[in-house]
Design a protein around this ligand. Structure first.
Ligand SMILES: Cc1ncc(C[n+]2csc(CCOP(=O)(O)OP(=O)(O)O)c2C)c(N)n1
Ligand SMILES: [Mg+2]
Length: 557
C-alpha cells in the first residue's frame, strides 16, 4: 500500500527554507524534538543529512562547510544536544565563521516547567552568537530563517542559533506560506573621503606595515597589489598565514604565539600601520603590547564596531578588505625606493628565520622518536601539491607549522584561533564534504583527536577520505609545558595512555599507519593519500617533546 503523504508542517517548511538558501548539507544528531525535522529531510533529496556521533562534531563539521564557502548548518535536539554543540558556536563566534545551529525545543505548551531536557536556548546562546532567536509561529519560519542566514553571512560573519519548538515544527502550514527569497547584500565600498584621508596618512609613512586578518580571506591578489604599491611588509594575524602566498616578496609571516621576531618587529617598528580585516586580538598583539602608542593606524573592517574598539585609528574605513585594497592601491602614489629596499631586507631575514636549517632549531631534541621537523617536511610536500588543504588543530604542533611551513597557495591552510581542541578533524570532514575536489589533510594532537575520534566512524560511513595526522605524545603537551615553565615541573592531569591509533582506524574500516621514525612520516602520509579512505597517520613522539626550542609558554596571568 502506498504511504499516505503527511500534511505539510513547520519541519517541511524549515527544510524548504534551507533549500532556498542553497544549503546542501546538514550535520546533526537525532533527538525527540528534531525527529520531525529529520523526517522532513528523509522525504526530500536536495539536502544530505550527515549524522555524527557527538553534537560538537556536527557543529565543527558545519564550521568546515562554511570555511569551504558554503553555509554550515548543524541540527541538534534540546538541552543536552544543544549543550554539546555549544563549543562549536563559541568557537565560530570567535572565528567570525557563519554557522547556523538549529535546535529542537520543547513545545510551547510546557515551557518554563523544567520539562524534560528543557533549556533556555536564547539565554544560553545569546552571549556567544551573532543572533539567537526562538520561532513561535510556523508561519514566521520563512521570515526568521531568512534573517538568520542573512545575519550569519553578512558583515562580520558569525554563528546564528535558531530554536524551533516542537509544536512549531509539527504545526500544519498553509500552502501560501513559502520560503523567503535568498537575499545577499553587498558590503559597502570605502567612502571617498576616507580613502583620501587614509592615503594622506599612508603617504607620510617611512616604515608602513600592512597587517591582514581573517577579513582578508579570498582577497590575496588585491592585498598583494596593495602591499606592492605601498612598498610595505605584509604580516597576517594568528593562524591567518594562508591569506596570501608565502612566495609574495612582501610576506613577513604571521603574528601570534610562536611568531618570528622579524614578524613582530614589522608591527612594533611601524610608524603607520594599515590594518585590514583584523580585530587586534590578544594573541596577535601579544596581549596588546605590539602596536606602539605612537603608531598611526589606518583600520579597515567591514564591522564599524571593530574600529577603535582596541586601538584608536587615525582613519577608519568601514568596508570589505578587497574593496579597500583596490581603492587604496589606485589612490596611492609611487612609493620611495628606500621602502622597497627595506621590505627586501626584512624578507631576507624572514626567509632565514623560517629555514629548517635555521640555527634556532639546533636545540631540538626529539629523544629518538619522530621530530616535528620531520613532520613539517612531510606536510610541506602536502602544502606544495596542488589541490590540497591543510587543517591545523589547536595544540603544540601549531607553532611548528606557524614558523616553518611555507604555503605557496593562498587558502591552502586553515587553523582555528578560537582555541577549541578537537576542531580540526571534524572541520576537515566538513571542508572535504563541501569541496570534494580538495585533498584534506588535518593535523591534531592526540589529546585533541581523541576528543572526537569516535567520528572516524562517521567519516567511514559517509566516505569522507580525509587524511588525519595525529601527533601522539601521550600528553596534553601544551598544558604539560605550562607546568614545566610556570609550575616547577609538577605534572598533574597532563599524561595518559593512548590506543594504537592505526589499529583503532583499521577497526572502523579506515586506513591506519604509524610513523615511529623521521623517515617513516612522509611515506606514511603518502600511503594514506594514495587510499580513497578516511585515514589516520599516527606520528609517535616523546612524552616530553613538543614546542620548537626556546618557546616554552609563559605563566598564565
Ligand atoms: C576543548 C578544550 N579543552 C581544553 C583546552 C586547553 N588545552 C589547550 S591545548 C591542550 C592540550 C592539547 O593536547 P594535544 O591535543 O595532545 O596536543 P599537544 O599539545 O600534546 O601536541 C589543552 C588541554 C582547549 N584549548 N580546548
Ligand atoms: Mg598530545
Amino acid at each position: 500500500m502506498p504511504e499516505q503523504q503527511p500534511p505539510r508542517t513547520g519541519s517541511d517548511l524549515v527544510v524548504e527554507c534551507l533549500s532556498a538558501e542553497g544549503v546542501e548539507l546538514v550535520a546533526g544528531v537525532p533527538g525527540t524534538t528534531v525527529m520531525d525535522l529529520i523526517d522532513s529531510l528523509a522525504r526530500q533529496s536536495s539536502i544530505r543529512f550527515v549524522h555524527t556521533r557527538h553534537e560538537q562534531v556536527a557543529g565543527f563539521l558545519a564550521d568546515g562547510v562554511s570555511r569551504a564557502g558554503g553555509l554550515g548548518v548543524a541540527l541538534v535536539s534540546r538541552g543536552p544536544g544543544a549543550a554539546n554543540a555549544a563549543i562549536a558556536v563559541h568557537n565560530a563566534y570567535d572565528e567570525s565563521v557563519p554557522l547556523l545551529l538549529l535546535v529542537g525545543q520543547v513545545p510551547g505548551s510546557i515551557t518554563e516547567r523544567r520539562s524534560f531536557e528543557e533549556m533556555d536556548v536564547v539565554a544560553t546562546f545569546t552571549p556567544m552568537s551573532k543572533w539567537t532567536v526562538e520561532v513561535h509561529r510556523a508561519d514566521r519560519i520563512p521570515e526568521l530563517l531568512q534573517r538568520a542566514v542573512r545575519t550569519a553571512v553578512t558583515g562580520r560573519p558569525g554563528p546564528v542559533v535558531v530554536s524551533l519548538p516542537l509544536d512549531v515544527l509539527q504545526a500544519e502550514v498553509a500552502p501560501d506560506v513559502v520560503p523567503a527569497r535568498r537575499v545577499r547584500t553587498f558590503p559597502p565600498g570605502p567612502a571617498p573621503d576616507a580613502v583620501t584621508a587614509a592615503v594622506r596618512v599612508l603617504g607620510e609613512a617611512e616604515r608602513p606595515a600592512l597587517l591582514v586578518g581573517g577579513g582578508g580571506a579570498g582577497r590575496s591578489a588585491q592585498l598583494a597589489r596593495l602591499a606592492d604599491r605601498l612598498a610595505a611588509p605584509l604580516v597576517t594575524t594568528w593562524l591567518r598565514q594562508s591569506t596570501v602566498s608565502h612566495d609574495d616578496p612582501a610576506f613577513l609571516g604571521a603574528l601570534g604565539y610562536g611568531a618570528h621576531e622579524v614578524t613582530e618587529e614589522v608591527v612594533r617598528d611601524a610608524d603607520v600601520l594599515l590594518a585590514v580585516g583584523c580585530r587586534f586580538s590578544e594573541f596577535s598583539t601579544k596581549r596588546w603590547t605590539l602596536v606602539q602608542p605612537g603608531t598611526r593606524i589606518v583600520h579597515v573592517d567591514v564591522d564599524p564596531v571593530e574600529l577603535g574598539r582596541v586601538h584608536l585609528p587615525e582613519v577608519g574605513l568601514v568596508t570589505d578588505a578587497g574593496l579597500a585594497a583596490d581603492a587604496l592601491t589606485a589612490a596611492l602614489p609611487e612609493p620611495p625606493p628606500a621602502r622597497r629596499d627595506r621590505v627586501a631586507d626584512l624578507r631576507r631575514r624572514y626567509l632565514a628565520a623560517t629555514s629548517l636549517d635555521s640555527p634556532a632549531l639546533a636545540g631540538d631534541d626529539p629523544a629518538g622518536k619522530v621530530s616535528s621537523i620531520a613532520v613539517v617536511r612531510a606536510l610541506q610536500a602536502v602544502a606544495d601539491a596542488e589541490g590540497t588543504l591543510l587543517v591545523q588543530d589547536a595544540p603544540s604542533f601549531g607553532p611548528w607549522s606557524h614558523r616553518y611551513l611555507r604555503l605557496p597557495r593562498p587558502g591552502s591552510f586553515a587553523g582555528s584561533a578560537g582555541g577549541a581542541m578537537a576542531w580540526g578533524f571534524p572541520a576537515g570532514l566538513g571542508t572535504a564534504l563541501a569541496r570534494p575536489d580538495l585533498r584534506v589533510v588535518t593535523v591534531s594532537g592526540d589529546g585533541s583527536f581523541w576528543m572526537v575520534a569516535q567520528d572516524l566512524e562517521t567519516a567511514v560511513r559517509e566516505r569522507i577520505p580525509t587524511v588525519n595526522v595525529v601527533v601522539n605524545n601521550d600528553a596534553y603537551g601544551n598544558t604539560r609545558d605550562r607546568q614545566r615553565s610556570a609550575h616547577g615541573g609538577r605534572y598533574l592531569g597532563v599524561f595518559y595512555g593512548n590506543p594504537d591509533f592505526a589499529g583503532f582506524a583499521r577497526s572502523l574500516g579506515a586506513f591506519g599507519a604509524r610513523a615511529a621514525t623521521d623517515d617513516e612520516v612522509g611515506p606514511a602520509i603518502q600511503a594514506a593519500l594514495d587510499q580513497d579512505l578516511p585515514a589516520v597517520v599516527e606520528v609517535v613522539q616523546d612524552q616530553m617533546y613538543g614546542l620548537p626550542p626556546g618557546l616554552l609558554p609563559p605563566a598564565a596571568r
